[in-house]
Ligand binder design. Structure first.
Ligand SMILES: [Zn+2]
Length: 50
């Protein structure tokens, strides 16, 4: 199996994911995934009303 090195956009940690899952795995942990998605959801209405 091949692993690739990625950097979490939320906390900046390096982590490894299976190459098969590279596109899906953006965040290092579930907590970062949740935080990243919350940030995305918050940006949309802000940009819409600005
Ligand atoms: Zn992270």
């Amino acid at each position: 199996m091949v692993y690739v090195n990625k950097i979490c956009p939320v906390c900046g940690s390096e982590f490894f994911v299976l190459k098969n899952a590279e596109e899906k795995a953006v965040y290092c942990t579930l907590a970062c995934l949740t935080e990243g998605q919350e940030n995305l959801e918050q940006r949309v209405p802000c940009m819409g009303t600005a």
